[in-house]
Design a protein around this ligand. Structure first.
Ligand code: C2E
Ligand code: CA
Ligand code: CA
Length: 525
């Protein structure tokens, strides 16, 4: 399983590196296509403005001239020619193309390059012509005057192209301005690219001038644009490599953490290798055995006993904590039923995981295992550790109150080491706190005050919460605690967690109840 994970992780680590190219291609396409669109839009906008200006010039000339080809008419034409830089000529013809007059006192020689198109919403017509003394085709905007005569303005098709043709064409493989009917006005570049729609190797953009029948199209080769993004490519690749390395490191970390007991834990639970060990809880005043805490051990087939520190995190992470606890509770029932039946106030404390306080199944499990057994609910205590915060407090409250309804009690383990405040303990409905070993360790002798412990004790007492001291290793610690009226304690001073047979022997030796335990007798005396 770890090998498979590592192989998968190795593949996963390559994905970002492989994805960089594709992602960057997509990005370059989107960005460059949008830039291309901006350019063709600028060209059609400019053509539209030029045609509009020509229409306005024509209208002003006609409005101010009662008749054509008169000195007044020429004066008006000249004024427009001076005022409108892109207006190249104004001429008067009949419908058969016979010229009556033109500005600059000449006859205009021109070739007609297109049909005459309507300009939607206007009375003017539009066509493309080529005059002798101008290098590029011009747009001819024509308005009729009376029945017979036509007045035309010749205007530069897209002034922006003659002004900045250099920069506008930069990086383009193809650029064409044409009538919407298809007749080209201007084209540059590789005509083979025309209509390259759907081709992956070219980026294309097309724009229609809204009001006049003119469109612009441009194409740029993707291959020629992509190198411009080499630096970004490098940056992306570096980031992708880092992400890949992170994936690998995390996978290795995960495998190392979990590889110790991981692959075997599930089997071990099924094989019954997870065993409850029992640590006595002693009454400091009477020296009597009053209960025990169940602490899990993995007893391997070769006899090796693995402490919970090596597998408890993995059990929690993998979801095995739930079946593990279930198996433990079943064994506890079998192991301690007789003892609990005989000694009615014997208490058994079982550790739970944070996960137990997320879904309510623990309540059903407790019920199905202990209902009708020799262990009564009031003899059971369930411990929650304060080291890990309960994520879902609402769920935790609900589950704890269901447990209370059964009649079991709840202990806050490792009290003082975690994140809870006093009010929180009370809202959770904690019945017992277990003062952590790190605080008990602060007691150096029986008479020097330890304010932290004193504080915890008086807080618990104020809230009517029972106290058990953990990790009691010295006589002084036991005496100090007893002097503070803490009556329950567990620790190596009395006994370590023991396997069932040893614990039974100890418990038997301590019965009948009245008999003082040898363990506690010294301090009880
Ligand atoms: P814990 O619940 O705080 O258990 C007390 C730990 O302190 C136990 O370690 C116990 O062997 C040890 N201990 C008891 N008296 C002394 C002492 O005087 N001195 C010293 N130095 N240590 C003492 P253990 O059994 O290794 O368990 C470690 C932790 O693993 C437990 O801490 C508990 O959080 C967890 N754990 C153990 N069994 C279970 C279980 O069945 N379910 C759950 N959810 N957690 C468990
Ligand atoms: Ca505990
Ligand atoms: Ca503890």
């Amino acid at each position: 399983m770890p090998t498979i994970l590592l192989v998968l992780a190795a593949f996963a680590a390559f994905i970002p590196v492989l994805a960089v190219d594709g992602m960057l291609d997509t990005y370059v396409r989107a960005r460059e296509t949008s830039a291309l669109q901006t350019r063709v839009d600028a060209i059609t906008q400019d053509s539209q403005a030029a045609v509009h200006d020509a229409i306005q010039s024509l209208r002003r000339i006609l409005a101010a001239s009662p008749s054509l080809c008169t000195p007044t008419f020429f004066a008006n034409v000249n004024a427009e020619l001076i005022g409108n830089l892109y207006l190249k000529q104004v001429m008067v013809e009949n419908r058969d193309g016979v010229q009556y007059c033109a500005a600059y006192d000449t006859t205009v020689e021109y070739r007609v390059l297109s049909e005459s198109l309507n300009i939607p919403g206007h009375t003017e017509m539009l066509s493309v012509v080529q005059i002798a003394d101008f290098p590029r085709p011009l747009l001819k905007v024509t308005q009729s005057f009376g029945e017979q005569r036509m007045v035309s303005a010749l205007v530069v098709a897209a002034p922006i192209l003659s002004l900045e043709s250099g920069t506008l064409f930069d990086g383009l493989n193809y650029l064409q301005l044409s009538l919407t009917s298809g007749t080209p006005i201007l084209s540059r570049g590789d005509a083979g690219v025309e209509g390259a729609d759907g081709r992956q190797d070219y980026l294309l953009a097309r724009s229609f001038a809204g009001e006049i029948p003119i469109k612009a199209e441009a194409a740029a080769s993707f291959e020629s644009l992509r190198p411009g993004y080499a630096q970004l490519d490098l940056a992306f690749t570096i980031v992708a490599c880092l992400v890949g390395v992170m994936i690998l490191v995390m996978a290795l970390h995960f495998v190392r953490r979990s590889s110790l007991p991981s692959f075997d834990l599930e089997r071990a639970i099924l094989a019954g290798e997870m065993k409850p060990y029992y640590q006595p809880v002693i009454n400091l005043r009477t020296g009597r055995l009053v209960g025990c805490e169940v602490l899990i051990r993995w007893v391997k087939r070769n006899g090796e006993v693995v402490p919970p520190g090596a597998f408890i995190d993995y059990a929690e992470m993998s979801g095995l904590a739930i079946p593990m606890t279930l198996s433990l509770m079943e064994q506890v029932r079998v192991d301690l039923e007789d003892l609990c039946r005989d000694v009615k106030d014997f208490k058994v404390s079982i550790n739970l995981f944070e996960g137990h306080f997320r879904d309510g199944s623990i309540v059903e499990d407790i019920h199905s295992i202990f209902e009708g057994s020799g262990i009564e609910y009031r003899q059971l205590v369930f411990e929650i550790t304060e080291r890990r915060p309960l994520d879902d407090r609402v769920a935790a409250n609900r589950i704890i109150s269901s447990m209370h309804k059964l009649g079991v009690r709840i202990a806050m383990d490792d009290a003082g080491t975690g994140h809870s405040n006093l009010a929180y303990l009370q809202t959770l409905g904690i019945d017992i706190i277990k003062i952590d070993k790190i605080f008990v360790d602060m007691i150096k002798d029986a008479s020097t005050p330890v304010p932290v412990i004193d504080g915890l004790i008086s807080m618990a007492r104020d809230m009517d919460i029972e106290i058990i001291a953990e990790g009691v290793e010295t006589q002084d610690q036991a005496l100090y605690l007893r002097a503070k009226d803490v009556s329950l304690a567990q620790g190596y001073l009395f006994a370590p967690p023991m396997k069932l047979s040893a614990f039974r022997t100890l418990a038997d030796a301590l019965r009948p109840e009245e008999k003082l335990s040898n363990l506690g007798a010294d301090i009880a005396a």
